[in-house]
Design a binder for this molecule. Structure first.
Ligand code: SAM
Length: 285
Protein backbone atom coordinates (compact mmCIF):
# COMPACT_ATOMS: atom_id res chain seq x y z
CA UNK A 1 0.00 0.00 0.00
CA UNK A 2 1.29 3.50 -0.89
CA UNK A 3 0.66 6.47 1.42
CA UNK A 4 1.02 9.97 -0.06
CA UNK A 5 0.90 13.46 1.45
CA UNK A 6 -0.57 15.88 -1.12
CA UNK A 7 -0.78 19.69 -1.03
CA UNK A 8 -2.78 21.68 -3.56
CA UNK A 9 -0.41 24.37 -4.83
CA UNK A 10 -3.28 25.76 -6.89
CA UNK A 11 -6.75 24.41 -7.70
CA UNK A 12 -5.13 22.66 -10.67
CA UNK A 13 -1.68 21.74 -9.38
CA UNK A 14 -0.81 19.20 -6.72
CA UNK A 15 2.49 18.37 -5.03
CA UNK A 16 2.87 14.92 -3.45
CA UNK A 17 5.44 13.15 -1.30
CA UNK A 18 5.29 9.45 -0.57
CA UNK A 19 5.26 8.96 3.20
CA UNK A 20 6.05 5.93 5.32
CA UNK A 21 3.79 6.88 8.21
CA UNK A 22 2.11 9.65 10.13
CA UNK A 23 3.94 10.29 13.41
CA UNK A 24 1.33 12.52 15.01
CA UNK A 25 -1.80 14.55 14.39
CA UNK A 26 -3.28 17.19 16.69
CA UNK A 27 -5.96 19.83 16.45
CA UNK A 28 -4.83 22.87 18.45
CA UNK A 29 -6.92 25.92 19.23
CA UNK A 30 -5.51 27.47 16.04
CA UNK A 31 -4.76 24.79 13.47
CA UNK A 32 -4.33 21.14 12.63
CA UNK A 33 -0.74 19.95 13.18
CA UNK A 34 0.66 16.83 11.47
CA UNK A 35 4.09 15.22 11.27
CA UNK A 36 4.87 12.65 8.59
CA UNK A 37 7.92 10.45 8.04
CA UNK A 38 9.14 10.09 4.45
CA UNK A 39 12.08 8.46 2.75
CA UNK A 40 12.95 11.34 0.41
CA UNK A 41 12.39 14.38 2.65
CA UNK A 42 12.71 12.94 6.18
CA UNK A 43 10.18 14.29 8.65
CA UNK A 44 7.60 16.78 7.40
CA UNK A 45 5.59 19.33 9.43
CA UNK A 46 2.26 20.46 8.00
CA UNK A 47 -0.19 22.99 9.45
CA UNK A 48 -3.79 22.78 8.26
CA UNK A 49 -2.45 20.51 5.52
CA UNK A 50 0.10 23.06 4.23
CA UNK A 51 3.73 22.00 4.20
CA UNK A 52 5.85 24.12 6.57
CA UNK A 53 9.20 22.36 6.74
CA UNK A 54 10.89 19.12 5.74
CA UNK A 55 14.10 17.87 7.28
CA UNK A 56 15.70 17.64 3.86
CA UNK A 57 15.34 21.23 2.65
CA UNK A 58 14.58 23.31 5.79
CA UNK A 59 18.17 24.59 5.93
CA UNK A 60 17.64 26.65 2.78
CA UNK A 61 14.75 28.65 4.26
CA UNK A 62 16.30 29.04 7.72
CA UNK A 63 19.77 30.00 6.52
CA UNK A 64 18.40 32.55 4.08
CA UNK A 65 15.99 34.16 6.54
CA UNK A 66 18.75 34.68 9.16
CA UNK A 67 22.23 34.96 7.62
CA UNK A 68 21.30 37.63 5.05
CA UNK A 69 20.44 40.26 7.72
CA UNK A 70 23.15 39.08 10.13
CA UNK A 71 25.88 39.44 7.49
CA UNK A 72 24.60 42.94 6.68
CA UNK A 73 24.78 44.36 10.22
CA UNK A 74 27.34 42.75 12.59
CA UNK A 75 25.89 44.74 15.53
CA UNK A 76 22.56 42.93 15.72
CA UNK A 77 22.10 42.10 19.41
CA UNK A 78 18.34 42.00 20.02
CA UNK A 79 16.13 39.94 17.73
CA UNK A 80 12.41 39.23 17.56
CA UNK A 81 11.16 36.17 15.67
CA UNK A 82 7.44 36.27 14.85
CA UNK A 83 6.07 32.75 14.31
CA UNK A 84 8.87 30.25 13.73
CA UNK A 85 7.49 27.61 16.12
CA UNK A 86 9.52 24.82 14.52
CA UNK A 87 12.68 26.46 15.93
CA UNK A 88 14.76 26.49 12.72
CA UNK A 89 15.20 30.26 12.66
CA UNK A 90 16.13 30.41 16.36
CA UNK A 91 18.64 27.57 15.80
CA UNK A 92 20.45 29.63 13.13
CA UNK A 93 20.36 32.82 15.28
CA UNK A 94 21.83 30.98 18.27
CA UNK A 95 24.97 30.24 16.23
CA UNK A 96 25.95 33.92 16.66
CA UNK A 97 27.62 34.35 20.06
CA UNK A 98 27.27 38.13 19.94
CA UNK A 99 23.44 38.03 19.84
CA UNK A 100 22.28 38.83 23.38
CA UNK A 101 18.52 38.40 23.29
CA UNK A 102 16.10 36.46 21.11
CA UNK A 103 12.37 36.87 21.72
CA UNK A 104 10.09 34.54 19.79
CA UNK A 105 6.36 35.16 19.64
CA UNK A 106 4.46 32.09 18.47
CA UNK A 107 0.68 31.93 18.59
CA UNK A 108 0.49 28.15 18.98
CA UNK A 109 2.25 26.49 21.92
CA UNK A 110 1.36 23.07 20.51
CA UNK A 111 3.52 23.65 17.40
CA UNK A 112 6.53 24.17 19.66
CA UNK A 113 5.88 21.10 21.79
CA UNK A 114 5.28 18.88 18.72
CA UNK A 115 8.48 20.16 17.07
CA UNK A 116 10.52 19.64 20.25
CA UNK A 117 9.35 16.03 20.27
CA UNK A 118 9.47 15.16 16.56
CA UNK A 119 11.83 17.69 14.95
CA UNK A 120 14.73 18.02 17.42
CA UNK A 121 17.13 18.98 14.61
CA UNK A 122 15.13 22.19 14.22
CA UNK A 123 13.93 22.83 17.78
CA UNK A 124 17.35 22.13 19.37
CA UNK A 125 18.08 25.74 20.41
CA UNK A 126 14.67 26.79 21.75
CA UNK A 127 15.95 26.24 25.31
CA UNK A 128 19.04 28.45 24.78
CA UNK A 129 19.29 30.89 27.69
CA UNK A 130 19.06 33.91 25.38
CA UNK A 131 15.67 32.76 24.05
CA UNK A 132 12.31 33.80 25.55
CA UNK A 133 9.16 32.38 23.96
CA UNK A 134 5.90 34.32 24.20
CA UNK A 135 2.77 32.39 23.28
CA UNK A 136 0.49 35.04 21.79
CA UNK A 137 -0.54 36.67 18.53
CA UNK A 138 2.52 38.29 16.93
CA UNK A 139 0.41 41.16 15.69
CA UNK A 140 -0.69 42.06 19.22
CA UNK A 141 2.81 41.49 20.62
CA UNK A 142 4.38 43.96 18.17
CA UNK A 143 1.55 46.46 18.74
CA UNK A 144 2.48 46.50 22.44
CA UNK A 145 6.26 46.39 21.98
CA UNK A 146 8.17 49.49 23.17
CA UNK A 147 9.73 51.78 20.53
CA UNK A 148 13.23 50.96 19.22
CA UNK A 149 13.36 47.61 20.99
CA UNK A 150 14.88 45.30 18.36
CA UNK A 151 17.77 45.43 15.87
CA UNK A 152 16.15 42.74 13.74
CA UNK A 153 12.62 41.39 13.36
CA UNK A 154 12.22 38.14 11.42
CA UNK A 155 8.68 37.26 10.36
CA UNK A 156 8.71 33.47 10.00
CA UNK A 157 5.00 33.11 9.50
CA UNK A 158 2.48 30.87 7.85
CA UNK A 159 0.73 32.09 4.68
CA UNK A 160 -1.45 35.26 4.68
CA UNK A 161 -4.67 33.56 5.66
CA UNK A 162 -5.99 32.09 8.91
CA UNK A 163 -3.86 32.89 11.97
CA UNK A 164 -1.06 34.35 9.83
CA UNK A 165 -3.23 36.94 8.08
CA UNK A 166 -2.50 39.80 10.51
CA UNK A 167 1.24 39.44 9.91
CA UNK A 168 0.83 40.79 6.36
CA UNK A 169 -1.10 43.96 7.28
CA UNK A 170 -0.09 47.61 7.14
CA UNK A 171 -0.70 47.95 10.88
CA UNK A 172 1.73 45.11 11.61
CA UNK A 173 4.50 46.50 9.38
CA UNK A 174 4.04 49.97 10.89
CA UNK A 175 4.44 48.56 14.38
CA UNK A 176 7.53 46.60 13.30
CA UNK A 177 9.01 49.87 11.99
CA UNK A 178 8.35 51.53 15.34
CA UNK A 179 9.71 48.59 17.38
CA UNK A 180 12.96 48.58 15.39
CA UNK A 181 16.04 50.66 16.24
CA UNK A 182 17.17 53.40 13.83
CA UNK A 183 19.31 50.91 11.92
CA UNK A 184 16.79 48.09 12.31
CA UNK A 185 16.09 45.40 9.72
CA UNK A 186 12.82 43.58 8.97
CA UNK A 187 13.01 40.26 7.11
CA UNK A 188 9.92 38.31 6.23
CA UNK A 189 8.95 35.22 4.30
CA UNK A 190 7.46 36.81 1.23
CA UNK A 191 5.66 34.09 -0.70
CA UNK A 192 6.30 33.65 -4.43
CA UNK A 193 5.22 35.20 -7.71
CA UNK A 194 4.84 32.14 -9.92
CA UNK A 195 1.22 31.30 -9.13
CA UNK A 196 -1.32 34.16 -9.13
CA UNK A 197 -2.70 33.52 -5.65
CA UNK A 198 0.76 33.80 -4.06
CA UNK A 199 1.79 36.67 -6.36
CA UNK A 200 -1.12 38.82 -5.20
CA UNK A 201 -0.32 38.44 -1.53
CA UNK A 202 3.35 39.04 -2.21
CA UNK A 203 2.57 42.27 -4.10
CA UNK A 204 0.29 43.51 -1.34
CA UNK A 205 2.87 42.79 1.36
CA UNK A 206 5.65 44.46 -0.60
CA UNK A 207 3.76 47.66 -1.24
CA UNK A 208 2.76 47.90 2.44
CA UNK A 209 6.36 47.43 3.63
CA UNK A 210 7.55 50.00 1.10
CA UNK A 211 5.31 52.63 2.72
CA UNK A 212 7.43 52.55 5.89
CA UNK A 213 10.99 51.59 5.00
CA UNK A 214 13.45 53.52 2.81
CA UNK A 215 14.97 50.24 1.64
CA UNK A 216 12.49 47.50 0.70
CA UNK A 217 13.86 44.70 -1.48
CA UNK A 218 13.14 41.07 -2.12
CA UNK A 219 15.62 38.22 -2.41
CA UNK A 220 15.16 34.70 -3.64
CA UNK A 221 15.96 31.11 -2.86
CA UNK A 222 15.22 27.76 -4.40
CA UNK A 223 13.11 25.73 -1.96
CA UNK A 224 12.08 22.45 -3.61
CA UNK A 225 9.02 21.74 -1.44
CA UNK A 226 7.41 25.22 -1.62
CA UNK A 227 4.91 26.09 -4.38
CA UNK A 228 6.83 26.47 -7.67
CA UNK A 229 10.13 25.86 -5.82
CA UNK A 230 10.96 29.57 -6.15
CA UNK A 231 10.56 31.51 -2.91
CA UNK A 232 11.05 35.12 -1.92
CA UNK A 233 12.04 36.90 1.28
CA UNK A 234 11.54 40.58 2.00
CA UNK A 235 14.44 42.71 3.29
CA UNK A 236 13.47 46.13 4.64
CA UNK A 237 15.66 48.54 6.54
CA UNK A 238 15.80 52.09 7.83
CA UNK A 239 19.50 52.30 7.02
CA UNK A 240 21.12 49.32 5.32
CA UNK A 241 21.22 48.21 1.71
CA UNK A 242 22.18 44.52 1.94
CA UNK A 243 23.79 44.59 -1.51
CA UNK A 244 26.36 47.24 -0.61
CA UNK A 245 26.52 46.93 3.19
CA UNK A 246 27.43 43.22 3.24
CA UNK A 247 30.29 42.59 5.70
CA UNK A 248 31.66 39.58 3.84
CA UNK A 249 35.09 39.42 5.51
CA UNK A 250 33.56 39.75 8.95
CA UNK A 251 30.93 37.08 8.28
CA UNK A 252 33.46 34.66 6.78
CA UNK A 253 35.77 35.18 9.77
CA UNK A 254 33.06 33.68 12.01
CA UNK A 255 33.66 30.30 10.36
CA UNK A 256 29.98 29.30 10.35
CA UNK A 257 29.42 26.20 8.25
CA UNK A 258 26.34 26.57 6.03
CA UNK A 259 24.84 24.37 3.35
CA UNK A 260 23.16 27.06 1.21
CA UNK A 261 24.07 30.63 2.22
CA UNK A 262 27.44 32.13 1.40
CA UNK A 263 28.61 35.71 0.92
CA UNK A 264 28.76 35.44 -2.88
CA UNK A 265 25.19 34.17 -2.96
CA UNK A 266 24.27 37.04 -0.58
CA UNK A 267 24.68 39.63 -3.31
CA UNK A 268 23.41 37.33 -6.04
CA UNK A 269 20.12 36.49 -4.32
CA UNK A 270 19.01 40.12 -4.74
CA UNK A 271 19.46 39.85 -8.53
CA UNK A 272 15.87 38.95 -9.22
CA UNK A 273 14.55 37.74 -12.58
CA UNK A 274 12.38 39.86 -14.85
CA UNK A 275 9.12 38.10 -14.02
CA UNK A 276 9.56 39.09 -10.35
CA UNK A 277 10.76 42.60 -11.23
CA UNK A 278 7.72 43.14 -13.41
CA UNK A 279 5.39 41.90 -10.70
CA UNK A 280 6.96 44.27 -8.19
CA UNK A 281 6.78 47.17 -10.63
CA UNK A 282 3.03 46.62 -10.91
CA UNK A 283 2.87 47.29 -7.15
CA UNK A 284 3.56 50.97 -7.70
CA UNK A 285 1.15 51.66 -10.57
N1 SAM B 1 8.76 28.05 7.12
C1 SAM B 1 7.38 28.05 7.23
C2 SAM B 1 6.64 28.35 5.97
O1 SAM B 1 6.64 29.50 5.51
O2 SAM B 1 6.06 27.44 5.41
C3 SAM B 1 6.87 28.78 8.40
C4 SAM B 1 7.06 27.90 9.55
S1 SAM B 1 6.59 28.35 11.14
C5 SAM B 1 6.03 26.75 11.61
C6 SAM B 1 5.15 29.37 11.04
C7 SAM B 1 4.57 29.59 12.43
O3 SAM B 1 3.90 30.86 12.44
C8 SAM B 1 3.54 28.56 12.86
O4 SAM B 1 4.05 27.81 13.92
C9 SAM B 1 2.32 29.39 13.27
O5 SAM B 1 1.67 28.89 14.43
C10 SAM B 1 2.95 30.75 13.49
N2 SAM B 1 2.00 31.86 13.37
C11 SAM B 1 1.04 32.04 12.43
N3 SAM B 1 0.35 33.17 12.67
C12 SAM B 1 0.90 33.72 13.78
C13 SAM B 1 0.62 34.89 14.50
N4 SAM B 1 -0.38 35.72 14.15
N5 SAM B 1 1.38 35.18 15.57
C14 SAM B 1 2.40 34.36 15.95
N6 SAM B 1 2.70 33.21 15.30
C15 SAM B 1 1.96 32.90 14.22
Amino acid sequence: MDLWYTENHTDDVQFSIKVDRQLCTHQSEFQRIDIFESKEFGRILTLDGYLMVTEKDEYIYHEMITHVPLATNPDIKKVLVVGGGDGGTVRELCRYNHIEKIDMVEIDEMVVSVCKEFLPKLACSLDDKRVTIYYEDGMRFVRNAPDSQYDLIIVDSTDPFGVGEGLFTKEFYGNCFRALTDDGILVNQHESTFYDSYANSMKRAHSRIKEFFSTALVYQAHIPTYPSGHWLFGFASKKYDPRTDLKADWWNSLGLVTQYYNTILHTGCFAIPNNVRNTLRETYK
